[in-house]
Design a protein around this ligand. Sequence first.
Ligand code: TRP
Length: 445
Amino acid sequence: MSAERGHWSSRVGFIMASAGSAVGLGNVWKFPYVAGDNGGGAFLIIYLGCVLVFGLSLVMAELAIGRVTQLNPAGAFRKLGGRGWAMVGGMGVLTAFIILSFYIVVAGWTLAYIVFMAGNTFGGLDVEQNTAIFTQFVSSPIQPLVYAAVFTLMVIGVVLGGVSSGIERASKWLMPLLFILLIILAIRSVTLPGAGEGVAFYLMPDWSRVTGATWGGAVSQAFFSLSLGMGAMLTYGSYMSRQQNLARDASMVVGLDTLVALLAGLVILPAVFSAGFEPGAGPGLTFMTLPAVFAEMPAGALFGSAFFVLLAIAALTSAVSLLEVVVSYCVDQKGLSRPAATIGAGAVIFVIGIPVSLSQGIWSDITIAGKSFLDLADFITASVMMPVGGLLIAVFAGWVMGPRAIEALKSHPDQALPLAGLWLFILRFVAPLGIAWILIQGFFF
Ligand code: TRP
């Protein structure tokens, strides 16, 4: 693989696969409950600001670094910045491991919900009963782990297939379907009785609810959703060809990801209010709410199982990009064969996933700093490691590469990039200072 490095077979293939990496559980599972937790409307605006300022600039930076080096993150940073910087790449590999350890667990819930939906488990049930079904399932010791294992095997299968045949083919057809289904669901959700209050909660900013935590939540959600700050986008950029218009393609990926998150919020939050749930109910919110939406639709069981199939596939394409970070590192830097790296890493991730899954049930008493293993893995990666990684990548592109970063962004030497100066300014000043400020106030206030 290091000798004949794979390449995307087309521009659309790259965009779909990158959007496939970005669009995942972060959009449909995480975004609605984080928005709900943080008071809705004002969070939404702050989130959009973070995406536009930090997110887009960093997606472009990661893709440019990957493309110009054609290497994995650790190799890329070492080549351009020397040994010390290779640590940023190494940290990314560790981040990917930790994210995957809870990602496979939540993705396993998604697989389980395909089965529940198809079996019409939720027909005619009320909010309390939906909640009880969710809680009972995630807290049982064995069943969620079986689903997590199935999901892990699927991820390994796709990664073993290689870049073009496996990842691209899976992403290209199914993501548009998920998108269409989300639009249908959003229409159903906002027209449910009592949904208006939820629409207002989601879209009308209430600035009195904004705290330091709102900013921290928005930044970490933006990083998580855009697969940023740990080299996933960098790795995908390393499979890009020089001719591709990087700034334009990056904007497409960021736009698609954000659109899906916005839609998911518009599906979940109005339904939450219509059914009398609490928007701050936490990680179970999507799983507890969606069955109530499907119950109000004709052929709800069919739509419901189709939806969770597509969500599982969105999760799969994201998990694939995470595992790809680990695998390309092991292959390029450690000389392992691709199959050995894939299967080995997959096995380790599943083993770390065991305590994460059990933390929702029999091990729920074990908390560190008040967080279950699942919350802890999520917090350490999305709220600490990824923003710190993003900050370092911004400093790297802005200061270590400097004008060379602009060259790396171009698809040919005399391409005119009118906003390149602004981009460099954001990477040099706005992103490092902004992210540092948000991290510090998240910790201390
Ligand atoms: N962005 C994905 C999501 O929203 C998760 C993800 C995939 C990810 N690859 C990543 C997060 C790399 C961080 C880094 O579900």
